[in-house]
Design a protein around this ligand. Structure first.
Ligand code: SAH
Ligand code: SF4
Ligand code: F3S
Length: 477
């Protein structure tokens, strides 16, 4: 191989050419190492957090595979990458816990390379802690520069020192790099990055940066290529998809984008995540109602049912406005399943505020709800609010809410027993190999007798029994 300085100096300046170049260079290094070890080099990515991180991990794995690594589920791999989340403190604690385990693995195999990326790494205090107390980590990068993995890993191999590359933000969206999908038949598709909403409890805008929309041409051509490669269902991803397109040179609405995506032939199903109630338009409701390809599911985070707390949260809607919106959606699209996120114990939450949340849950009757204990995130406005609610008060509220949510969802889930609906079969059941697991348009799961050849197909299924939050069913004769 040429001297490393020559290799670095010859790298193209523009992306994605630069990363293509480093993937080739890394490939040579990987081949050399693999010859030395007498076996292929393995790479394992562990993903924490949301769908955006899952999608980022598919891109990261695509780069590693192109550079000659063999994908592995085993953390005892030659290269291990944790793609981290920091939305709540327990996500961080899980990463620190697992790092202890990785350290022991590395003591047994000193040739192992350990890397951390994702949202947690955008917090300076985290990087400081890792530099100080987790010296065995080899590479740290953030959310804005994942496309540079090949270059960073190349540097890491030749420099033999901890490499840290964190960007504060970026305007850049680098297209046309490889990705390795987890599922052959469905895929997430980024339509925008970042968030401008600054809900007062939330760290995402600080770690994911300002909102940027991808161009509709890039989105549509990615989806067309996915469909040509066997994908039948896409999930359009953004922290607030309803504000898609506002900053494009030629602005367009999310509803317009959805209509264009729906025209792609061969694409059977479209989902999206997440919708902020404050800017969910009538136009979007109409497009959803009129287009059967768009799945009968809307995730509409409530966060709190108290208008007073919503104001403190900077959510920009009231309890009444949310209820109005939920009612309008249900009236227009009666078979739509509504799900939500709720935070319990936001600073200053009183018993009366909490009762308002329970009231919304009872009125809307969500198909399911993710419930979270409020977690204080340093640097967010809510973290310095005076009245933090003690855990002894929050925990019983959380348990009451969870019980109510579960009671209602088991009732709601039962309502379609006897009906025949289309399911996309996603895999063989992990507990019973005689069953396969499918997803209905409304996002509920159904287990039906079947085998591996059903995976990736859309089939009509009769729902025979409700199990509370999923169904048992059978194929049509
Ligand atoms: N952009 C999405 C949510 C992303 S975070 C949206 O606005 O809906 C996913 C969920 O985590 C949020 O909906 C919220 O319920 C929860 N969450 C975010 N910050 C939190 C915090 N500090 N404590 C507890 N839950 C939080
Ligand atoms: Fe966080 Fe609010 Fe942005 Fe969602 S919309 S990511 S909750 S700041
Ligand atoms: Fe977590 Fe980052 Fe998603 S903080 S929830 S992985 S955007």
């Amino acid at each position: 191989m040429e001297p490393y300085e020559t290799i670095l100096a010859a790298a193209p300046k523009m992306e994605p050419a630069r990363q293509q170049y480093f993937m080739e260079q890394l490939k040579e290094l990987v081949a050399e190492k693999s010859q030395e070890y007498g076996r292929p080099l393995t790479a394992c990515i562990q993903t924490f957090g949301c769908q955006m991180n899952a999608k980022d991990s598919e891109k990261l794995l695509g780069i590693l595979i192109q550079a000659g690594f063999t994908a592995s589920e085993e953390e005892a791999s030659d290269f291990v990458l944790y793609n981290t989340c920091t939305v709540r403190d327990n996500a961080n604690q899980r990463v620190y816990g697992r790092l202890g385990y990785l350290n022991r693995l590395k003591q047994k195999n000193p040739r192992m390379t350990i890397a951390l990326c994702g949202c947690m790494m955008q917090e300076p205090s985290v990087v400081e802690k890792i530099r100080k107390s987790y010296r065995f980590v080899d590479l740290i990068f953030g959310t804005h520069n994942i496309f540079r993995l090949a270059e960073l890993l190349f540097l890491c191999y030749i420099r033999n020192d901890m490499i840290v590359d964190i960007w504060d933000g970026t305007e850049q969206i680098v297209e046309n790099l490889p990705a390795r999908r987890k599922y052959p038949f469905k895929s997430g598709v980024n339509i925008m990055y970042g968030c401008n909403n600054f809900c007062s409890y939330c760290i995402v805008p600080y770690v994911r940066g300002r909102e940027r929309s991808r161009s509709p041409q890039d989105i549509l051509s990615e989806i067309r290529a996915l469909v040509a490669d066997g994908v039948v269902e896409v999930m359009l991803l953004g922290q607030n998809v309803n504000s898609y397109g506002k900053t494009l040179d030629t602005p367009m609405t999310f509803a317009e984008l959805l209509s264009q995506v729906a025209e792609i032939s061969g694409l059977e199903r479209i989902r999206f995540m997440t919708s902020h109630p404050k800017d969910l338009s009538d136009e979007l409701i109409e497009v959803m109602r009129d287009c059967q390809k768009i799945c009968r599911h809307l995730h509409l985070p409530l966060q709190s049912g108290s208008s007073r707390i919503l104001k403190q949260m900077n959510r920009v809607y009231t309890k009444e406005q949310y209820l109005e919106l939920a009612k309008k959606i249900k009236t227009e699209i009666p078979d739509l399943s509504l799900t939500t996120d709720i935070i319990v114990g936001f600073p200053g939450e009183t018993e009366e505020d909490f009762e308002e949340t329970l009231d919304v849950v009872r009125q809307v009757r969500y198909d399911s709800a993710f419930t979270f204990l409020y977690s204080k995130r340093t640097g967010t406005p809510a973290a310095s609010m005076a009245e933090q609610v003690p855990e002894s008060v929050v925990k019983p509220r959380f348990d009451r809410l969870l019980k109510e949510v579960q009671r209602i969802s088991s009732e709601v889930c039962g309502k379609d027993v006897g009906k025949t609906m289309t399911a996309l079969i996603e895999g063989v059941d992990s507990h019973d190999p005689a069953l396969v697991t499918g997803r209905l348009s409304n996002n509920l799961m159904v287990h039906v007798p079947g085998n591996a050849s059903d995976v990736g197909t859309l089939i009509p299924v009769t729902l025979t029994e409700s199990k509370g939050f999923y169904y048992m069913g059978k194929k049509l004769p």
